[in-house]
Design a protein around this ligand. Structure first.
Ligand SMILES: Cc1cc2nc3c(=O)[nH]c(=O)nc-3n(C[C@H](O)[C@H](O)[C@H](O)COP(=O)(O)OP(=O)(O)OC[C@H]3O[C@@H](n4cnc5c(N)ncnc54)[C@H](O)[C@@H]3O)c2cc1C
Length: 373
């Protein structure tokens, strides 16, 4: 009998973690290299599942299956931290009404037709007392799901052990090069580190792949009144990601439950910085303190203490399509990275990615326009 196929996955975050389980289910012997989720974008993510965000095309339809996919994953592997939630998209009092109306129209036209509820500033503060005193013009509420990163990590570790996934330490580029030269099949699920790894091995880097440094402020003791994520209706991050150039740093005023409890305040995104040089702590904290004073001023006066900064690099794709499959010119090295809205995309795409890796038939991934380029 032929031995089971073997694969080495680099990166034990959301993408590597779920791909490892999907491959193990197909009978692949999986070695998963990487450290703790606390050292990844996944570990500090808001964890929101934007299942309704896709266009009217096959990828959008796949994205809409995300809540069902998470549910199936939990039925198979046990608790993975999925919680029903709401997304609140807020705008400040002085926001240009035409800009607000334009986004509201776009939301009303989403092909998945999520239920939209408009809340006045007064109604929002009544439901969410943390927002008392905030610069708030109003809120649009959408249905959402959230994955708590701490519960996700605990669930993944149990699931990997049960599925026989072998864990090992992060792999340096020279060791990775040796393993590739020995003909091993490798998948990079290494998020923002992917570009540096490819460069260190002298390999071609996909032009669409990039990363930013994210900063969030952690506030212990404070809690949102319900399972919800608060984000700006006129957020800047995705526009900046697709622009060829622009501000070196942007700050989107948001609130989310912190992993395992507490509150995350704001999200900065720093562009065009090296992977080994996180943004200056003082400047990052200054941006996030600005969010705190505009969105949750009550916390400044209370005794919750100063914000603690968490910084993580996050991969994205400049054309907003993730990169899946063999790196051109290097058939035994595949990528699984560059996601926008990965908490919806990754669980929906992992079965297809795992199947393609096992059969070497990439037609479905190509049909979705996601083949590595
Ligand atoms: C503040 C914040 C809020 C966010 N909110 C949302 C949200 O609401 N919804 C959403 O969908 N997305 C959100 N995101 C984005 C999302 O969290 C990330 O895009 C996603 O978690 C990336 O997952 P990943 O597994 O691809 O990469 P990562 O989570 O970055 O994991 C990559 C892993 O690879 C490891 N690695 C690197 N080099 C090596 C090596 N040589 N060997 C082994 N391992 C290696 C890294 O250490 C890391 O652990 C948010 C991100 C941040 C920072």
């Amino acid at each position: 009998m032929a031995p089971p196929p073997r694969m080495l996955l680099l990166g034990a975050g959301l993408s590597g973690g779920l791909l490892a389980l999907a491959l193990a289910e197909l009978g692949v012997e999986v070695e998963l290299a990487g450290g703790s989720l606390a050292d990844s974008a996944t570990g500090w993510s808001y964890g929101g599942v934007p299942w309704w965000a896709g266009a009217a095309n096959p990828l959008g339809e796949l994205l809409a299956t995300a809540p069902r996919r998470w549910d199936q994953l939990q039925q198979r592997h046990g608790e993975l931290g999925l919680r029903p939630a709401k997304l609140w998209l807020h705008w400040p009092e002085q926001a240009p009404p035409q800009a607000v109306a334009k986004v509201q129209q776009a939301l009303a036209g989403l092909p998945q037709q999520p239920e939209l509820t408009a809340l006045s500033a007064h109604e929002a503060i009544e439901q969410e007392p943390l927002l008392a005193g905030a610069d708030l013009g109003g809120v649009m509420q959408l249905p959402y799901w959230r994955v708590d990163p701490l519960a996700f990590q605990q669930g993944l570790e149990r699931a990997w052990a049960a599925a026989g996934v072998q864990r090992c330490a992060p792999l340096p580029a020279d060791e990775l090069r040796q393993r590739l030269e020995q003909g091993e099949a490798v998948v990079l699920c290494s998020g923002a580190a992917t570009l540096a790894l490819l460069k260190a091995m002298g390999l071609q880097t996909p032009s669409a792949l990039d990363f930013s440094w994210a900063g969030v402020g952690q506030c212990d003791g404070a809690q949102l009144a319900a399972e919800r994520i608060v984000m700006p209706l006129l957020g800047q991050r995705s526009g900046r990601e697709t622009a060829a150039s622009g501000a070196a740093v942007i700050c989107d005023p948001g609130l989310a439950p912190a992993p395992g409890g507490g509150l995350l305040v704001g999200q900065t995104s720093w562009f065009d910085r090296p992977i080994d040089d996180p943004p200056p702590v003082d400047e990052d904290l200054e941006q996030l303190s600005g969010v705190q004073s505009r969105l949750v001023p009550s916390l400044i006066e209370s005794s919750h203490g100063p914000l603690r900064l968490q910084q993580q690099p996050v991969a994205y794709s400049r054309d907003q399509q993730p990169l899946l499959g063999p790196l051109p010119g290097c058939p035994n090295l595949s990528l699984f990275t560059g996601f926008g809205g990965p908490f919806a995309l990754v669980p929906a795409l992992t079965p297809l990615m795992a199947q393609a890796l096992v059969t070497n038939d990439w037609s479905q991934i190509k049909g979705l326009g996601l083949l590595c380029r």
